[in-house]
Write a new protein. Structure first.
Length: 242
């Protein structure tokens, strides 16, 4: 059952667009720094997981840049599909490279070493990224922007990947389990594929404002204003969550 919703007023839409642009700028800035540290530390430590994490940061920059490009236009809805395609392709490219590098490491092409900068970076991202993701997801849902929500999920993915990376690096550092690093990298690749597929299909929910019950019924028939199966931004009942 869909919830009747009113679209944001023009003044509110302007505030939300400005907020999304600021959040995107913050995301790009942090991820550029994150990518530089992760790829450098990963190269020094021969860590497939750290390098994969750094590449994910580059993907997040591409994703955020696509949203920034979209919202640079007055009629940002016209650029929605193109922005989602950029986000999806970025996910797939990340998954392909990380899978290749992790497989190479598992086949004995080099063992990952301890990395203190990697551990610090993973812990820091685990704290920062949830705040950025939540703020952008909330603004994107209220505005009705599928690409802003998809980009917020990319940012949230960084939180999960930070936890996976931290676990892999810690196991390798504490117990010498070098295989934990490429396994963590493969987990990163699997999640990236899932997110890429959802972005390509446009599986973001509750993104079309519904103004009346009759409009809700029409929107449901068209797949608008309702939740995609398993969508994370909806309540279990299938209605839009607050």
């Amino acid at each position: 059952m869909t919830t009747a919703l009113n679209p944001p007023a023009p003044d509110r839409r302007a505030v939300l667009r400005r907020r999304i642009r600021l959040l995107v700028a913050a995301t790009i800035t942090y991820n550029v720094l994150e990518a530089a540290v992760a790829i450098t530390a990963g190269t020094v430590a021969s860590s497939a997981a750290l390098i994969g994490f750094g590449l994910d940061s580059i993907v997040e920059v591409a994703s955020a840049a696509a949203v920034a490009w979209q919202f640079s236009a007055a009629d940002h809805e016209q650029r929605e599909r193109a922005a989602l395609r950029v986000i999806a392709i970025s996910f797939f490219a990340l998954a392909a490279y990380v899978t290749f590098d992790a497989a190479r490491a598992l086949l004995g092409s080099g063992e990952a070493e301890h990395s203190t900068p990697g551990l610090i970076l993973a812990a820091l991202s685990l704290v920062i990224m949830p705040f950025l993701s939540h703020a952008q997801r909330r603004a994107g849902r209220e505005l009705g922007s599928a690409s802003a929500v998809a980009d917020s999920r990319q940012t949230l993915l960084c939180t999960y990947l930070s936890a996976v990376l931290l676990a892999g690096l810690a196991l390798n550092s504490l117990f010498g389990w070098s295989w934990a690093d490429p396994i963590a990298a493969l987990a990163i690749a699997a999640v990236a594929v899932k997110e890429g597929r959802e972005a390509w299909r446009g599986d973001t929910c509750c993104l079309t404002p519904i103004t009346a019950p009759s409009a809700a019924a029409e929107g449901r028939d068209k797949g608008l204003g309702t939740c995609a199966p398993g969508c994370s931004c909806c309540s279990p009942s299938g209605s839009r969550s607050a």
